[in-house]
Design a protein around this ligand. Structure first.
Ligand code: 9D3
Length: 229
């Protein structure tokens, strides 16, 4: 899989992409990640990529030209079809099933929105999908792009140990995790639930299932409704 990221802040990405699992995935050749500076595709003086909105209003908008040029240049380098995703507050909410679907794409191009917004023609004529990572305001699409990359890369076959990746597909997929403990069996005055020390694997499995259900009912009843649909 190849992922190209188009941004006015390319330096923001190294800390995340050059660490741990994502770095290992790149070393193994499971994913190729490229970060492009949008300003390199500006045709204007001073590498300008923004301008004032027609009709007036406060703030600046990202211009269409540099974004189109960047995407067209990247599409030439990537072999095969690429899916173009615009990260923006108005996009569809990101979730695990979207991550799963995107992990099956050969090529992704992520455009990080910025300023007060983006020329509408990018949405209309360039982006295949618009994605938001949730209902809160970020200063730009960069962190959102990193969230996508992290959640997508770990789903690529061979990136994680099989045990982890199979977990989400299991029946427990729509439940929150059960409580977990490690040594010592008694920390300060707080003991580990006796069942976990019993060695009775059926009893342990039953307790975990029941705890996961209880916790999901209390905290995320929406997840239970989802799994029944
Ligand atoms: C004043 C209107 N704002 C729209 C809600 C303007 C605006 C705020 C924040 C325009 C761009 C941004 C920058 N955010 C993103 O580009 C973004 C984002 C987000 O803010 N929240 C959740 N997901 C995403 S994906 C990209």
């Amino acid at each position: 899989m190849r992922i190209d990221i188009i941004t006015i802040f390319p330096e923001m990405f190294s800390a995340v992409l050059d660490e741990s699992i994502i770095k290992r995935a790149q070393k193994k050749g499971r994913v190729k990640l490229f970060v492009h500076n949008l300003r390199d595709y500006s045709l204007e003086k001073h590498r300008k990529v923004d301008d004032r909105p027609f009709g007036g209003g406060s703030g600046m908008l990202m211009q269409a030209e540099p974004i189109f040029r960047a995407v067209e240049a990247v599409k030439k380098k990537a072999k095969g079809k690429a899916k173009v995703i615009l990260l923006c507050p108005q996009g569809e909410a990101f979730n695990q099933s979207k991550a799963k679907a995107l992990s099956n794409c050969g090529n992704l191009i992520l455009i990080c929105g910025h300023y007060e917004g983006i020329d509408e023609r990018v949405r209309q004529y360039l982006a295949d999908e618009e994605i938001s990572i949730g209902d809160y305001v970020l200063t730009g699409g960069e962190l959102a792009a990193m969230v996508l990359v992290d959640s997508i890369v770990r789903l690529i076959p061979g990136v994680l140990g099989d045990k982890n990746s199979l977990n989400f597909e299991s029946l427990e997929g729509n439940l929150l995790e059960y409580p977990q403990y490690t040594r010592p069996a008694k920390f300060r005055k707080w003991p580990v639930p006796e069942v976990l020390l019993s060695g009775d694997h059926d009893r342990i499995a039953g307790w975990r299932k029941q705890q996961a259900l209880k916790r999901t009912k209390e905290r995320r009843p929406d997840l239970l409704k989802k799994s029944k649909q």
